[in-house]
Design a protein around this ligand. Structure first.
Ligand SMILES: [Zn+2]
Length: 373
């Protein structure tokens, strides 16, 4: 049985956000690995608290957890359950909690979980992926060339003789408080517990070589500029029995020539002629899934917003699709010939040309209000 997230942080089910943050901060400080070197129970508690905070600090995840318990996160998108957080995840969470960089362990990217024994983790790699609005709307699969460090063929490792494979050295010192035992990562093997036995000449001191690899990255629909996706284990490999780091993919959104994004909704500025506004029209507009023909009713007012439901961007959390909002702009001719000028002068006093807004012709501000409701 997995422990209850509220119990882990010592909270009641009705805890507020600041209470959750405070409780987590307390636990994180209490069980921080820097304060409890070599204490695997403390590390376990540290990870449990981080996982509990990860869920309870997020409104969506908390709601799911309240309804379905731990089952809500077993194997689902985004993970979070099953001890899925590694130390890197936890420290990256700290920016939020402690208001600054958390810092990892020295040497490699940190230590990953796995059966209680610490394993050195390779460093993370970062790349940027530039996506069109169409790719963002529908999700995409990108093949990206990445240069990563991998264990060189022919490299063999042996148990580190300095730390006997534990990756740590302990020291006993006498202090006024009595004998104190301190543990620190082994400097000979960098905490890996292993050292190089044999390696090919082209490999670096850790037995690694750089290699170009094509990585397939699945990008879910609805990502946003600045978001970061993680492809587990596609960062640099670690020496020996270490685990590879992750590939962190920063999302960039390319500007679209005609569509503007606002969250999951899209906006399109449609310009129609004076005649089209008066007589009605049929026009083709861009959407993220190809062109679509729309009908403009005769007598349309400038500023009208047509809402094409479900023609926006898929929500990243699976809450359906946004809409495409088509803004109708009537283009007023700037140059008129004599005949046209006479026509409009005649119409200046015509009853049909006098503005006479009805209730259904909402003002601009009312329309904006509707759009966000
Ligand atoms: Zn060692």
């Amino acid at each position: 049985m997995k422990e209850d997230y509220y119990e882990i942080l010592g909270l009641s089910k009705s805890a507020t956000k600041p209470e959750i943050k405070k409780a987590y901060r307390k636990k994180a400080i209490e069980f921080h690995p820097d304060k409890n070197p070599g204490d695997s129970n403390a590390e376990e508690s540290f990870k449990k608290a981080a996982e509990a905070y990860e869920i309870l600090s997020n409104d969506d995840k908390r709601a799911k957890y309240d309804r379905f318990g731990h089952q809500a996160f077993d194997g689902g998108f985004g993970g979070g359950g099953g001890g899925g957080m590694n130390m890197d995840d936890i420290f990256s969470q700290f920016g939020d909690i402690f208001g600054g960089g958390g810092g990892g362990f020295s040497g490699f990217g940190g230590f990953g979980g796995g059966g209680g024994q610490r394993r050195v983790k390779g460093s993370n790699l970062r790349i940027r992926v530039s996506l069109t609005l169409e790719e963002i709307a529908n999700g995409a699969e990108k093949k990206i060339k990445v240069k990563r460090k991998v264990q060189a063929e022919g490299t063999t490792y042996k148990t580190c003789s300095t730390c006997s494979g534990t990756g740590q050295v302990t020291r006993i010192t006498n202090t006024i408080l009595g004998r104190m035992q301190t543990a620190s990562p082994c400097t000979v093997c960098g905490g890996a517990g292993q050292t190089i036995d044999k390696k090919p000449a082209e490999a670096d001191a850790h037995g690694l070589i750089s290699q170009e690899e094509t990585v397939t990255i699945k990008i879910p629909a609805g990502v946003e500029d600045g978001m970061q996706l993680k492809v587990s284990n596609k960062g640099n490999e670690a020496p020996g029995n270490g685990i590879p780091g992750d590939l962190l993919v920063a999302i960039e959104e390319k500007a679209h020539p005609t569509l503007q994004r606002e969250g999951d909704n899209l906006h399109y500025d449609l310009y129609i002629s004076y005649s089209e506004a008066v007589l009605g029209a049929s026009r083709e507009i861009d959407t993220v899934s190809g062109k679509v023909r729309i009908k403009i009713d005769e007598g349309v007012q400038s500023g009208k917003i047509l809402r094409l439901r479900g023609k926006g961007i898929s929500n990243i959390n699976g809450y359906g699709k946004g809409d495409l909002l088509v803004h109708v702009n009537v283009w007023t001719p700037k140059v008129l010939n004599k005949e046209q000028k006479e026509f409009f002068e005649k119409m200046a006093t015509d009853e049909n040309f006098q503005p006479n807004p009805e209730k259904s012709d909402k003002s601009f501000f009312e329309k904006v209000k509707d759009m966000f409701s």
